[in-house]
Design a protein around this ligand. Structure first.
Ligand SMILES: [Zn+2]
Length: 349
């Protein structure tokens, strides 16, 4: 299987964040992608290639143009506003609980308008990292639709986008949850030119951004297995009764799961989701591969083992669909690589 990767994510250097003189612990670090890359290389999964540049058009097919302009220019705007370059983090001065009805003109207003949480920094090269992360997903999508991604033993074409930063929490016009651009949605929209797509989100957290983007879309099925948002981020989205709207009604499926779920219980729910995907009969499948569902994750509380990820890989591959696998979360560096390779190798086999 081809892996698409670029080290441009290093520019989003969140491992030595200092804000107002205080070091900030931020778990979405460059070491995550490096650990997975090292494991993919050691496992000889297949060729590792850099992304092709598909430009802004496929990003603008998902995200609001003013939001994209804000992401591109926020760091420079912040430096001009504060009189010095520094990480841009929303809500530092005055947190408002409700989003303004229109984007304000002033910088603090714009800064708080374009995110729904108050953790994620925009650094000098955050846009660059997010842009190339999206291009990784697009490149993998292009390999799969051209039949060049590498084939599994049952002849199915698949490719893996080792994206960082992740994407599934990014809304059409708001970033949050470590995510700036919605990589899987950008790839899915690109593939929709060929036919309907299904997105299976296996991250520990609900893929609220992806859900929002396709909520009224009759040509996209969204299935998400995640920790119950009653207790866990993103809190406001991910309930079972969120089923889509308009012509997309019935094509959004959420499985909020109990904390501490184990392999056996998880796999039973996965089978339900795979049944829904099979019935929809999409042209392509995209998998939001979050590894924070793993046992011992620093954020997630599920108990999915490495054997569990292997079994998940087999069962998803058994759908026999051309598949783009997009990296999302996962925060325990020690086991990230093993779990990614367990899924990817099993998928291939
Ligand atoms: Zn997550």
């Amino acid at each position: 299987m081809h892996t698409i990767y670029t080290d441009r994510h290093h520019g989003h250097a969140t491992d030595d964040l200092v804000i107002d003189g205080q070091p900030i612990e931020y778990l979405e670090t460059p070491a995550r992608a490096e650990a997975i890359l090292a494991a993919v290389r050691a496992a000889q999964l297949g060729p590792i290639a850099p992304p092709t540049d598909y430009g802004l058009a496929p990003i603008l097919a998902v995200h609001d143009a003013d939001f994209v302009t804000y992401l591109r220019t926020a760091y420079a705007q912040g430096a001009a506003y504060f009189g010095e370059p520094r990480p841009v983090i929303a809500g530092r001065d005055d947190v408002t609980s409700e989003r303004a009805p229109h984007c304000p003109e002033d910088f603090p207003g714009r800064r708080d308008y374009y995110t729904y949480d108050y953790e994620d920094p925009i650094l000098e090269l955050t846009w660059d990292a997010a842009y190339w992360s999206a291009q990784c997903a697009l490149t993998a999508a292009n390999l799969v639709c051209n039949g060049n991604g590498g084939r599994t033993t049952n002849g199915v074409c698949a490719a893996y986008a080792l994206c960082r930063p992740p994407g599934h929490h990014a809304m059409p016009d708001q970033y949050g949850g470590f995510c700036y651009l919605n990589n899987v949605a950008i790839a899915a929209r690109y593939l929709q030119a060929d036919g309907p797509v299904a997105i299976l989100d296996l991250d520990y957290h609900h893929g609220n951004g992806t859900q929002a983007i396709f909520y009224a879309d009759p040509a996209a099925l969204f299935c998400s297995l995640h920790a119950d948002p009653e207790w866990i981020y993103p809190f406001f989205w991910g309930r079972a009764d969120e089923r889509g709207t308009g012509v997309g009604l019935g094509l959004n499926h959420n499985w909020p799961l109990p904390l501490h779920i184990d392999d056996t219980a998880y796999l039973a729910v996965l089978d339900e989701a795979l049944g829904v995907i099979k019935d929809f009969a999409p042209r392509y499948l995209l998998v939001s591969l979050g590894l924070d569902a793993a046992e011992g994750d620093l954020i997630g509380k599920f108990r999915i083992t490495t054997d569990g990820f292997r079994e998940i890989g087999w069962r998803v591959a058994a759908l026999g669909l051309p598949t783009v696998i997009v990296q999302e979360g996962g925060y325990r560096i020690e086991t990230l690589g093993d779990n990614a390779v367990a899924f990817l190798k099993a998928f291939e086999a």
